[in-house]
Write a protein that binds this ligand. Structure first.
Ligand code: SER
Length: 586
């Protein structure tokens, strides 16, 4: 029988045979990209290479990438949407294009040697064309030649058959999506691929990245034609096992069984929401990047997921602390392949439990208050939502969801106004960021990224070689850098660090990139802090004179003179032995 493990192995083997190098999964939290909070697709960590930077592993790559898509959160509970999932991908960086990509997708899916899926159950969709790009007749013709009849080839507009950019600007292009017919009865005469009824599962997407979307909203041709494909592991394995939902496979079954076991009033949708959300939270926490539930950015996402899971637990009649039990099942299922789950399970359980406890205490009262507001006014307004947030820690989205269950729409804009008035939480930290990510500002991001390297090495010079990067996050407004250090960094030390960085900036040093083996890079003293297991054979090393030498994927500025002036604004603790610096470039 097919298992997820077998599928991943087969996929990577197939593409290795076709000349691809296999890459490890990147982190769920993009370190130097302010366009999104989380890695939403395999393309994300590869953006510099899709834009033309040579990749040390070559022009053909394949991977199994961990992804988080919070934009789909309202869909969770149906048969196939997930906030966290694994995406298999194969990549051509200016190498092969439509013909090979489609033919290989078809071969892998239908050949008996590989997945052996019935080709008569496969439908595909292609881009219908608009004023930015022409109709993708080429892909359709390749499908037809491969054996998909015209009647199962559909043409759709940009909303359906275009992918990217991952943020607001960047590489993108038309795609062709591959759907598998679950065998479920059609929901009506308009039922077709893309229909939400669950008959068709989208399992693979071949994107032809040949454009770059600019800040002005234009689509410019890219110098190189790329292929970015993404196959959802959970969905594909469900199809291979002849299941109609992802929750029936070994990737979820033990989790679902546990939820059923502890429920007093079981309903499938709430159980799915809990299973999905706790799995996502486990994978984010396990990366140990200093992200914990909070009211801002990544932490807010974790908070929202955990609290929503807790509320759905109550709908199932589960009283008391339970999320940790679910998290244990997640760790059990995945720890063998994702060792971070085994290594950091203590942290995962602790954070989930702490957040659940915090929320558990006030949830009952909050729900009571919600009902009271509703009874009194027959509706829930923005002010009620704000009070529920402030007094009971109800994320806005949860109140919105509870109101929707009563057929009421909460005015989110008015809520934000209320927020601003109380200066509790910046607008960005709530609604805006959760769905669409941060505003793009890639040039600033690149400058900040280079400044981060200087900061890292300056910290080591001032505090000692025990300092190691523990996490980095850049937004258009600031640099956030986490590093190991036993205690507080003094004012004098911070001033010294700032001085060192600005000295390197003022010296107008060229930033040099070279490719070499990781061993060679380390021998030369390049900083390289990542799990040896994930280490690629060849890496990029960025050198900034004597100021910094670090293994990194880039991108960086050409010369430090582009950076301006660094100012450290804050130094604080993240967790035991980990400090955080927030800094700006002026
Ligand atoms: N980027 C595309 C997607 O996420 C293909 O990998 O669907």
């Amino acid at each position: 029988m097919w298992t997820a493990k077998k599928l991943v192995d087969a996929y990577l083997r197939f593409f290795k045979e076709k000349g691809h190098s296999i890459l490890p999964s990147s982190s769920l939290v993009p370190e130097n990209d302010p366009t999104v909070l989380f890695t939403t697709a395999g393309m994300h960590p590869l953006v510099p290479y899709l834009l033309g930077q040579p990749h040390p592993q070559g022009k053909r790559l394949a991977d199994n990438q961990k992804c988080i898509r919070t934009g789909d959160i309202d869909e969770i509970g149906d048969s196939s949407h997930l906030t966290f999932f694994f995406m298999l991908g194969n990549w051509s960086l200016g190498d092969y294009f439509k013909k090979e990509a489609i033919e290989w997708s078809f071969e892998f899916l239908t050949d008996k040697k590989w997945l052996g899926l019935d080709k008569n159950r496969i439908s595909v969709t292609c881009f219908e064309g608009d004023s930015d790009a022409p109709k993708d007749k080429e892909s359709a013709a390749i499908w037809e030649k491969a054996g998909i009849p015209k009647k199962r080839i559909y043409f759709f507009p940009k909303e359906d058959n275009w992918w990217g950019p991952a943020g607001k600007t960047g590489p993108c292009g038309p795609d062709t999506e591959i759907f598998f017919d679950t065998g479920k009865k059609a929901c009506g005469k308009d039922c077709r691929p893309g229909c939400g009824c669950g008959k068709y599962f989208e399992i693979w997407n071949d994107v032809f990245m040949q454009y770059k979307k600019t800040a002005e909203g234009k689509f410019e041709p890219l110098a190189q034609q790329n292929v970015d494909t993404g196959m959802g592991v959970e969905r594909t394995i469900a199809m291979l096992q002849d299941k109609t939902t992802v929750y029936e496979t070994e990737m979820f079954k033990p989790i679902m069984e546990k939820i059923k076991e502890i429920s007093k009033a079981y309903n499938e949708k709430s159980a799915r929401i809990i299973a999905d959300h706790i799995r996502s939270v486990c994978f984010v926490l396990a990366e140990g990047k200093g992200i914990v539930p909070s009211n801002v950015e990544h932490g807010y996402v974790l908070r929202r997921l955990i609290r929503r899971a807790v509320r759905h637990g109550r709908l199932l009649g589960i009283e008391g602390i339970f999320c940790k039990e679910i998290a244990k099942k997640v760790v059990d299922i995945y720890k063998e392949d994702w060792s971070e789950l085994a290594e950091n399970s203590g942290l995962v359980f602790k954070e989930i439990e702490a957040e659940e406890e915090k929320f558990g205490k006030v949830l009952k009262q909050g729900i009571k208050m919600f009902e009271k507001y509703f009874k009194k006014a027959g509706t829930i307004n923005a002010n009620d939502a704000f009070l529920l947030y402030q007094s009971f820690g109800f994320p806005l989205e949860m109140t919105v969801e509870m109101a929707a269950e009563k057929g009421i729409e909460v005015d989110k804009k008015a809520f934000e106004k209320e927020f601003k008035k109380h200066q509790e939480l910046s607008r960005k930290a709530t609604v805006g960021k959760f769905k669409s990510g941060l505003a793009d500002n890639s040039e600033t991001a690149v400058r900040m990224h280079t400044a981060t390297h200087l900061l890292h090495s300056a910290l080591r010079k001032v505090l000692g070689d025990h300092v190691q990067q523990k996490g980095s996050n850049i937004t258009p407004e600031r640099i956030r850098f986490d590093f190991s250090n036993p205690g507080k960094v003094s004012k004098e030390q911070l001033a010294e660090v700032e001085k060192l960085v600005n000295k390197a900036i003022d010296a107008k040093i060229e930033v040099k990139r070279e490719e070499k083996s990781l061993k060679e890079a380390k021998k030369e003293g390049a900083l390289a802090f990542f799990d040896a297991k994930y280490a690629p054979e060849k890496v990029s090393v960025y050198t900034i004179g004597n100021a910094s030498k670090e293994v990194c994927a880039g991108p960086h500025v050409k010369n430090t003179s582009e950076l301006g002036h660094l100012r450290i604004k804050k130094e604080e603790s993240v967790s035991a032995g980990v400090r955080r610096i927030k800094a700006v470039l002026e």
